[in-house]
Ligand binder design. Structure first.
Ligand SMILES: *[C@@H]1O[C@H](CO)[C@@H](O)[C@H](O)[C@H]1NC(C)=O
Ligand SMILES: *[C@@H]1O[C@H](CO)[C@@H](O)[C@H](O)[C@H]1NC(C)=O
Ligand SMILES: *[C@@H]1O[C@H](CO)[C@@H](O)[C@H](O)[C@H]1NC(C)=O
Ligand SMILES: [Zn+2]
Length: 433
């Protein structure tokens, strides 16, 4: 049974409630580096003891993992001390999804697309799709619904394209996408908020009007719709897509990590992704061998060959980073790294001013860890994007992927402050020298 791969240790207490995996009694814990024990040594010990452990985050100073009671006992038997982030993950998940309203039904019965209550809860994939259809319907003259293709299970990878006075397809592109990793629910909510600010401010807010007149925006909230739906029906902590492993691997595990599957420097660094189909960071059997990635990188290629890409952002959670190229090599610095760092600092300051939350900025590999077949690297080095970032949204692990709904709006508002700064700065002449 495939669940076993995911749950690790045999004898785990997880039980299926219907088809849904229960995380009742699971704890999310953070193990800090100790005097004679680095995080990578701790990671090795944990992986050797707990098969396919669900790692949530890792830095130079700590590693965060999600453990069943028996897995926690195994961790304790290693003599590692830890701090508990979720006392009972099942309870946190239940809290996260309480009062999730449906947005389906006839047009006139639906909440207006700019109703702020949308940002008070998380939503089903179908409701997000309706929300985008309604957004286009509210701004029909300067927007269109677009798609990068179809997911493994046949879902539309929908998005919206909008423009200003120059008309469609003329100005350099701003490309934003979210939910490459299925469990990072906050990312779609944030890109929706940003998109709504831009479309609703166009024509009424002078600065926003300037942004929309200067760039052509393309926003894709769900690069991995199958994985996202799976997090809502079956396993809240699913990360990858839902494609079976290649036959050649003889594995029954499911899913490729779509952000290790970009066809650029896919194999550049053995620590940048996994070749094990059961791993959370499985890179696939070949570059771009997932339908989600084929669609996404073809879209980037087309923008490069037509309008050019001014700014690319891949939205993720969590840990509060603004990550610049590159991910594949920790000592390779791109020519515009200095500019990306200064921009990162300015954006981080604007975010901080909203609610006192700090974002760390810098080159992805050096400030985090190696990642190959990685979005910002492709967008920058192949897509020719002048600016490319991967943004890891809130928080720093207190709630991690299971961010309570009351933090959606503030997370989005602080990013809107950051994006206003970024869009103000992308074309400043002082970058030239
Ligand atoms: C869109 O353009 C049409 C035709 O010019 C106009 O009648 C309509 O009011 C416009 N709609 C919006 C929402 O601006
Ligand atoms: C897959 O299984 C077949 C038949 O058991 C075996 O011959 C082959 O070596 C296996 N391939 C891998 C990659 O393990
Ligand atoms: C990283 O880049 C440096 C400098 O360009 C190069 O010397 C080194 O071999 C690269 N490392 C890897 C793992 O590719
Ligand atoms: Zn992610």
């Amino acid at each position: 049974m495939k669940l076993l791969h995911l749950l690790g240790l045999a004898g785990s207490l997880a039980v299926a409630n219907g088809d849904r995996i229960s995380y009742d009694g699971y704890k999310v814990v953070r193990v800090g580096a100790q005097r004679d024990l680095s995080v990578s040594k701790i990671q090795e010990q944990i992986q050797a003891t707990i098969t396919h452990v669900d790692e949530w985050e890792r830095s130079d100073t700590e590693i965060t993992v999600n453990l069943s009671p028996s897995q926690l006992a195994a961790l304790e038997s290693l003599g590692l001390s830890y701090e508990t982030m979720h006392e009972d993950l099942g309870r946190s998940i239940a809290y996260e999804s309480r009062n999730t309203p449906q947005r389906r039904g006839e047009n006139e019965k639906r909440q207006a697309v700019d109703d702020p209550s949308w940002f008070e809860s998380y939503h089903a994939w179908e409701d997000h799709k309706t929300w985008f259809e309604d957004l286009h319907a509210a701004y029909p003259n300067n927007s269109e619904l677009v798609s990068t293709g179809t997911s493994y299970q046949g879902r539309d990878q929908f998005g919206i394209h909008f423009w200003g006075s120059a008309g469609p397809g003329v100005q350099p592109a701003v490309l934003w996408h979210g939910t490459v990793h299925a469990r990072e629910w906050i990312s779609a909510m944030v890109v929706e908020y940003l998109t709504l600010q831009l479309l609703s401010g166009y024509g009424s807010n002078q600065e926003v009007t300037g942004f929309v007149n200067s760039y052509d925006f393309y926003v894709f909230p769900f690069v991995n719709p199958d994985g996202f739906v799976h997090t809502q029906t079956t396993d809240r902590l699913w990360r990858k897509n839902r494609q079976p492993a290649p036959c050649s691997t003889n594995s029954t595990c499911i899913g490729r990590d779509v952000n290790r599957n970009w066809p650029w420097m896919w194999d550049a660094n053995p620590n940048g992704a996994s070749t094990d189909p059961c791993s959370q960071t499985y890179k696939g059997a070949a570059p771009a061998d997932s339908p989600e990635m084929k669609g996404m990188h073809s879209f980037v290629d087309t923008l490069r060959d037509t309008q050019g890409i001014k700014l690319f952002i891949d939205w993720h959670s969590y840990s509060q980073y603004l990550l610049a190229p590159v991910g594949y090599n920790c000592t390779h610095y791109v020519p515009t790294l200095g500019q990306h760092i200064v921009m990162g600092r300015e954006v981080a300051r604007s975010i901080y001013r909203v609610d006192g939350v700090q974002f760390v900025f810098g080159p992805s590999c050096a400030v985090l860890y190696p990642s190959t077949g990685y979005s910002v690297d492709y967008a920058y080095e192949v897509g020719g994007a002048q600016w490319a970032y991967l943004i890891e949204l809130r928080d720093q692990g207190q709630y991690g992927f299971v961010l309570p709904p009351e933090l959606i709006l503030i997370s989005a508002q602080e990013q809107w402050a950051g994006m206003r700064t970024m869009l103000r700065l992308v074309d400043q002449p002082f970058w030239e020298d």
